[in-house]
Design a protein around this ligand. Structure first.
Ligand code: VGL
Ligand code: ZN
Length: 213
């Protein structure tokens, strides 16, 4: 792809869940999760608008295996809204694990969007919770501010980043996935699957090098 030029009026960098629990040493560590930090910091410094998301669960959240007797992380249960993967307790509100990684330097971020705070519903996407109908308000926020092109990166590629990119398309935004700014969990081929769905939905893959800075 040829170089993309950042449009100061329409473009936003959406930085997904770069939190301690998703980085090495965290409760739900994504392999090489901390490798996204330099990309996020470098690109963030050049974007006119930056939005951060923060996975933010109450204790005993329904997506935690520990909330279901006899269940283990990475098993699947049937929630009232459909299949839900179970995770180790992570990103509990007010804990160190839920804080942004200390090396993430994006103080200019204009919005920190917290998600997954309803005990009974998980929320991978920055736009909709996992019932696919409860909105987080992000689409309205972006639209009202005239932001039309979303550049997404962060953790994890195959969960929160992919769901956010797909929902961004569903909400009519142009979406670019910054590949080198993402790392995945990769449960049962979930990275390949996420890439396929995103391609089908018209999400454009770019590297941070292709974005004119
Ligand atoms: C995520 C699993 C559970 C993510 C959040 O940020 O990708 N994955 N909660
Ligand atoms: Zn979570």
């Amino acid at each position: 792809m040829s170089k993309l030029t950042i449009d100061p009026d329409r473009d936003v960098l959406l930085v997904i869940d770069i939190q301690n629990d998703f980085c090495p040493g965290g409760a739900l560590a994504v392999p090489e999760g901390d490798a996204v930090l330099p990309v996020a910091n470098r690109l963030g410094a050049r974007f006119p608008h930056v939005v951060l998301t923060q996975d933010w669960h109450p204790r005993g959240h329904h997506s935690f295996a520990s909330a279901h007797e006899g269940r283990q992380p990475f098993e699947t249960i049937e929630a009232h809204y459909g299949a839900q993967t179970l995770w180790a307790d992570h990103c509990v509100q007010g804990t160190t694990g839920a804080e942004f990684h200390p090396d993430l330097h994006l103080p200019q971020a204009e919005l920190v969007l917290r998600k997954g705070f309803r005990r009974e519903i998980d929320s991978y996407s920055a736009f909709f919770e996992n019932d696919r109908t409860t909105a987080t308000g992000l689409a309205g926020y972006l639209r009202e501010r005239g932001l039309r092109r979303v550049f997404a990166l962060g953790l994890a590629l195959d969960y929160c980043v992919a769901y956010s990119a797909l929902d961004g398309r569903r909400e009519g935004f142009e979406v670019f996935l910054v590949e080198d700014g993402c790392r995945g969990i990769d449960l049962d081929g979930s990275v390949a699957e996420a890439l396929k769905w995103m391609a089908e939905a018209g999400v454009k893959l770019v590297t941070s090098e292709e974005i004119n800075q």
